[in-house]
Design a protein around this ligand. Structure first.
Ligand code: ZN
Length: 222
């Protein structure tokens, strides 16, 4: 049999197969199990492996299609149609389009994220300025803004006064950004999610529940 798999031996009792990345087969096996037994097992599971590989390849293809010509790129809650232009040096917005330089498909997402990043700072800073005066009157210092691509949260505030906002807020309607900003500002006063925290949030941004629901329901391409 052609060795077209990655073998990882460890102190385990049984064999396990896993299809990863673009369809690569990973085989986990006990330390001293003979190769012929491993390969017999792989041969027996061939149909399962091929199906898993096909699924994996399709997933990778779909991920790239999100960023190809004609794709709809969410920008502050409104879609922009992605176009590439060989003469463009950097991404630019043109009416309902986002025009980007011609690059290989797998680099398009990075270009779009770079563009989000460029646009994010003034938009995020303006949202902070809008909501900060109340907290300033209470004697708090304006937190320092950090823009990050985060997998599991929309924002965070450290006790040292650093506020991180998720770059992907650029994909959602502005009320989502505002809601996250006010949520983090309320943490200046209450460093927890107790009733006092929510009472303050209700007072400062009564529509936070709708914004939260939008953040949960709309798809984003992170
Ligand atoms: Zn919180």
């Amino acid at each position: 049999m052609r060795k077209n798999y990655q073998l990882i031996r460890s102190k385990r009792k049984s064999l396990a197969l896993q299809v990863v990345g673009a369809g690569e087969l990973v085989v986990r096996a006990p330390e001293r199990m003979p190769v012929r037994i491993i390969e017999a097992f792989i041969a027996e599971k061939q149909a399962w492996i091929e199906a898993a590989q096909a699924r994996q390849q399709q997933r990778a293809q779909h991920a790239q299609q999100r960023w190809q010509e004609g794709a709809r790129i969410p920008y502050l809650g409104k879609p922009l149609t992605l176009l590439s232009d060989a003469s463009a040096h950097k991404p630019r917005r043109e009416a309902g389009h986002l025009v980007i330089p011609k690059v290989p498909l797998e680099q398009q997402q990075a270009l779009v994220y770079q563009w989000y990043r460029e646009k994010a700072r003034p938009v995020f800073a303006a949202a902070m300025e809008t909501h900060f005066p109340y907290f300033e009157r209470l004697g708090y210092q304006l937190p320092k803004l950090h823009i990050k691509l985060m997998k599991t949260r929309w924002g965070s505030l450290s006790s040292r006064g650093n506020m991180s906002l998720n770059l992907l807020l650029m994909q959602y309607p502005p009320q989502c950004l505002h809601s996250v900003v006010v949520h983090e500002f309320c943490h200046l006063v209450h460093m927890h999610h107790g009733p006092e925290f929510y009472a303050l949030l209700d007072e400062r941004y009564p529509n936070w529940r709708q914004a939260d629901a939008l953040l949960k329901s709309s798809p984003h391409y992170g």
